[in-house]
Design a protein around this ligand. Structure first.
Ligand code: SF4
Length: 236
């Protein structure tokens, strides 16, 4: 049995979609691009960052990535209120997190005319940089808590569950069970979390060393030396 059809209007354009279609996907069918930050097309949407919020005529805006279309909806994806909301989200992110290596968000900052100094006294979310495994660094000073790494490590791809949320409210961070280093977790170093991270918070170690000015030979020998030392330490 085919699913019932839903008719709505997006930016003045009528469209009919199968029940269960999100506003984000319906808009895409009309060629309307709703901007996203935490959303990733291959991962479960959670509506965490609210950057994709649109005006549905109600009291609150609707996160387009998780809200299903309903009959008779009239959606505005880029109204003045919607754009102001997106600008504020960007300004809040910029006031607390280092976005220097988040190219898509940097583009949005420009596109929405965000004032990165709007909240000058804002508390920055700070974290040590975790260099606890041979493959990648975790710099949560650059983390926007989008949850992509957690999702891809869990039910959306890897079923490894090495990462999760830690803390509450402003102190919420991505972490490991009991704060263990990655080599003491269930991590299999598949690299999927690094690939899904939109901000540079997760970075391959080789890339970090290249950025520090080391050439590939130096990286190879430095890594080999480190491995030898570790093996010798283990033998003692
Ligand atoms: S580490 Fe990257 S992928 Fe994980 S929550 Fe932070 S920004 Fe998102």
């Amino acid at each position: 049995m085919s699913s019932p059809e839903i008719s709505l209007t997006i930016n003045g354009h009528p469209i009919t979609v199968p029940a269960g279609t999100t506003i984000l996907d319906a808009a895409a069918q009309l060629g309307i691009e709703i901007p996203v930050i935490c959303y990733h097309p291959h991962l479960t949407a959670n509506g965490l960052c609210r950057f994709c919020s649109v005006d549905g005529g109600g009291r609150v805006q609707l996160a387009a990535c998780v809200t299903e279309c309903a009959n008779g909806m009239t959606i505005e994806t880029h109204s003045e209120d919607v754009n102001r909301g997106r600008k504020t989200i960007l300004e809040l992110l910029a006031s607390t997190i280092n976005l220097d290596e988040a190219p898509e968000i940097l583009d949005f900052l420009e596109e929405y005319g965000a004032d990165t100094h709007r909240f000058p006294g804002a508390k920055r979310r700070t974290s040590p940089v975790y260099d606890d495994n041979p493959f990648y660094l975790r710099d949560y000073n650059q983390c926007i808590n989008c949850w992509r790494c957690v999702q891809v490590c869990a039910d959306d791809a890897q079923f490894t569950y090495a990462l999760s949320f830690d803390g509450r409210g402003f102190e919420t961070r991505i972490g490991t069970f009991m704060g263990e280093g990655m080599t003491n977790t269930t991590c299999v170093f598949c690299g999927q979390c690094v690939g899904a991270c939109p901000t540079g918070a997760l970075k391959p170690k080789r890339q970090a060393l290249l950025e520090q000015g080391m050439n590939p030979d130096e990286i190879f020998f430095a890594t080999r030396q480190k491995r030898r030392k570790k093996a010798m330490d283990a033998e003692e």
